[in-house]
Design a protein around this ligand. Structure first.
Ligand code: SF4
Length: 303
């Protein structure tokens, strides 16, 4: 059995952007999908714990009950919009379906609502483009369509799972800016799943760093970048290219040697121990607890 996510405890406040960072395989996506119970069950399952949405535990809810929460209260967008959009329906039909389901509108009203959402996400000629199919949009435009669909019911929380990874750098910046605009317009919170620390620094208020299915550090953006405590977080930050270094201080980017442990047989103590230059015997004797080291700053490390 693989415990893809183990002992993760995180919260998101109304209207804030929480970054969830870590390298591939650290459990970010499973965490994001678990919030909406979008993991394949079976074989996936929740062994224990709670997913509290405004005080209500979502774990015991049936799929019908979850459908009332998905899109309307919590929406999600994924990395590759082409796999999330249905190629045989127009984008208008797909957005209208979500609107009609949750707002009990006629098809004509829902299509008008879909065009309005396309206008909000800056798609030119929305009245015409609402009748186009996904393949008629570029990658960046498809991600705008996904954002329009996700926001069509004005959710209180948007989960964005690596929303810009598949896009060109210039388009990435536009999509992040659009998400920020939409966040302010709708007053929603965003859980931004990413492996890009630069994106976190620019867009988030708080950050949770995950490693091998565990949360290893959680802090405000200022505290995390100004005073990173966990060796893994320090490594992530040292791997960010900097343009503000003078020529004399120029230095090579550092990589974190090694790979994430196999979660089929995770190490008994700190899961980062095999890659940590500070590792000691005590690190392998049990999973270190998450300890508060400053106001709202938590670290899972014996140091
Ligand atoms: Fe490194 Fe030990 Fe801290 Fe783990 S607990 S990060 S091995 S010092």
């Amino acid at each position: 059995m693989v415990r893809a996510v183990d002992g993760v405890d995180l919260h998101i406040d109304r209207g804030e952007t929480l970054g969830v960072v870590g390298e591939s395989g650290c459990g970010k996506t499973v965490t994001a999908r678990s919030v909406l119970k979008l993991i394949d069950m079976p074989p996936g399952r929740f062994e224990a714990g709670q997913i509290l949405w405004q005080g209500r535990d979502l774990i015991p809810l049936s799929m019908d009950e979850m459908d009332k929460i998905r899109a309307k209260e919590i929406a999600i967008i994924f990395q590759e919009p082409m796999t999330s959009l249905n190629p045989v329906y127009t984008v208008g039909d797909q957005i209208a379906e979500v609107i009609a389901l949750h707002q009990k509108l006629s098809r004509k009203q829902a299509i008008a609502g879909a065009a309005e959402m396309l206008r909000l996400v800056d798609i030119p000629n929305p009245q015409r483009r609402v009748h186009d199919y996904p393949h008629q949009f570029s990658g960046g435009m498809r991600q705008r369509v996904m954002i329009a669909m996700a926001l069509s019911c004005q959710p209180k929380l948007l989960i964005a799972d690596e929303p810009t990874t598949a896009l060109d750098v210039t388009i990435q910046a536009q999509i992040l800016e659009l998400m920020q605009e939409m966040k302010e317009r709708f007053g929603m919170a965003i859980m931004l799943i990413t492996h890009a620390m630069g994106v976190v620094a620019e867009t988030c208020q708080r950050v949770t760093v995950m490693y091998a299915g565990n949360v290893v550090e959680e802090a405000s953006v200022e505290a995390l970048f100004g005073d990173p405590r966990h060796p893994y977080t320090q490594g992530l930050i040292r791997s960010i290219p900097r343009v503000d270094r003078s020529a004399e201080k120029k230095q090579r980017l550092e990589a974190i040697a090694g790979t994430v442990p196999n979660l089929l047989d995770p190490p008994p103590g700190c899961r980062f121990a095999a890659r940590c230059k500070f590792a000691m015997d005590i690190c392998t004797q049990g999973l270190p607890p998450l300890k508060e080291v400053g106001p709202g700053h938590y670290v899972r490390c014996v140091l």
